[in-house]
Design a protein around this ligand. Structure first.
Ligand code: GDP
Ligand code: ZN
Length: 314
C-alpha cells in the first residue's frame, strides 16, 4: 500500500492513506544505512505495512521527482561542543529535506516592513532552477505602497520571466489569484518572518495561518528543538507547507562551478565567454562581466551570484 507523508516529527511520520491517517515509523533496515540526511520527508510517497493498532511501518520511499533541501543548521549546543568548528553554522554532511516532490515553491515577501532581501529570493530561485520546480514570488502588503513602485522594485524578476503576484491580506487584492495558484497543488511557502504568510493563509482559508503558525512555534520552543514539518490540506484540494524558523539557506548540493547554470541571465551568456571555465568574476573576455557593465544583467542579481559563488550564506 502507498501513502503520502504529511507530517514528520522526531522519527514518526503521519501518512495519508486510503484507509485513513496512520502514524508510522521506519522499518529498521532503512535506518541502518549510513545517514547523510533525512531519510523521509513530508511530500514523500511511501510503501507501508499497516499494523493492528492504527499505526504502520514505512517499508520503502518512492523515488522523488524533486526536493527542496539544505545543509542542516548546527544547533547552538552542538556547536559549542564541537572544538573543530570552523565557524560555519551548517553541517555540510547532513542534508535536511524541507519537502519532497513539491509542485511549486512560493516565495512570500512584503514590499516593506520588512524590506525584501534580494539575496534570499535569489537563493531560492537557484534551488528551484536546480530542482526544476516551478516558482512564483508573492509581494505582500501592497496596500502600503503604490503598485507601480512595487512593480519597479521587482522588475528584475519579471524581466527574467519569474511570476510575480501582488497581494494584500488587508485589502484582499491578489488573494483570489493566490488561492487559485495553490489549489490542487503541493506548495512550499517560504519567506522572512513578518512578510505576512500567516495573514495570507488565514485570508484564503480561515484558521489555516494560525494552524501553520502553531506548528512553527513548537519547532522553535526550548533548547532541544524538535523539527516538525507538516503539509496542511487546503479545502479545495492541495497542500501547503511552511518552512518554520528558516533564517538561512545553505545549499546542499550546488557546486560553485555549476552556479552560473541556475541564473538564467548568466546561463545564456556563458557560451560567449573566452574561457570555458570562466567564473565570471575577473576573467578577460567574460561575456557576463560585459553584460553587467552594460546594465543588461541587474547589479543586484550579479552580486547575489558572486556572494553565493564565493561562499557567503544568508
Ligand atoms: P508572518 O510572520 O509572515 O506569518 O507574518 P504575519 O501574517 O504574522 O504578519 C506580520 C505583520 O504584518 C502583522 O502585523 C500583520 O498584521 C501585518 N500584515 C500582514 N499582511 C499584511 C498586509 O497585506 N498589509 C499590511 N499593511 N500589513 C500586513
Ligand atoms: Zn565569464
Amino acid at each position: 500500500m502507498q501513502g503520502l507523508v504529511i507530517r514528520s516529527q522526531s522519527g514518526f511520520y503521519t501518512i495519508e492513506t486510503e484507509i485513513g491517517q496512520l502514524i508510522c515509523h521506519l522499518r529498521g533496515k532503512l535506518q541502518k544505512e549510513r545517514i547523510h540526511g533525512d531519510l523521509v520527508a513530508i511530500g514523500d510517497w511511501v510503501d507501508f505495512t499497516p499494523l493492528d493498532d492504527h499505526t504502520g511501518v514505512i517499508e520503502k520511499i518512492i523515488t522523488r521527482k524533486c526536493m527542496i533541501s539544505r545543509s542542516a543548521p548546527i544547533s547552538r549546543k552542538a556547536k559549542s561542543d564541537d572544538t573543530t568548528s570552523t565557524g560555519s553554522d551548517f553541517n555540510r554532511s547532513y542534508q535536511q529535506i524541507l519537502i519532497a516532490n513539491p509542485d511549486q515553491l512560493v516565495l512570500v515577501f512584503s514590499i516593506t516592513k520588512p524590506t525584501p532581501r534580494f539575496g534570499m529570493i535569489d537563493r531560492f530561485l537557484v534551488i528551484s532552477e536546480k530542482q526544476d520546480v516551478p516558482v512564483f514570488i508573492v509581494v505582500n502588503k501592497i496596500d502600503l505602497i503604490s503598485k507601480e513602485l512595487a512593480e519597479t522594485y521587482f522588475a528584475p524578476y519579471k524581466d527574467l520571466d519569474y511570476d510575480v503576484i501582488y497581494t494584500s491580506a488587508f485589502s484582499g487584492q491578489g488573494l483570489e489569484d493566490l488561492m487559485n495558484r495553490l489549489q490542487a497543488k503541493v506548495s512550499l511557502l517560504t519567506g522572512p518572518s513578518g512578510a505576512g504568510k500567516t495573514s495570507l493563509l488565514n485570508s484564503i482559508q480561515p484558521g489555516l495561518g494560525l494552524e501553520v503558525r502553531q506548528v512553527s512555534h513548537v519547532t522553535s520552543k526550548g533548547r532541544h528543538t524538535t523539527v516538525v514539518r507538516q503539509l496542511f490540506p487546503l479545502d479545495g484540494g492541495g497542500y501547503v507547507a511552511d518552512t518554520p524558523g528558516l533564517k538561512a539557506l545553505a545549499f546542499w548540493d550546488i557546486k560553485p562551478e555549476e552556479l552560473d547554470g541556475y541564473f538564467p541571465e548568466i546561463r545564456k551568456l556563458v557560451a560567449n565567454c573566452q574561457f570555458s571555465d570562466c567564473s565570471h568574476s575577473h576573467e578577460p573576455g567574460c561575456a557576463v562581466l560585459k553584460a553587467v557593465q552594460e546594465g543588461i544583467i541587474h547589479p543586484k542579481r550579479y552580486s547575489s551570484y558572486l556572494r553565493i559563488r564565493y561562499g557567503d550564506v544568508e
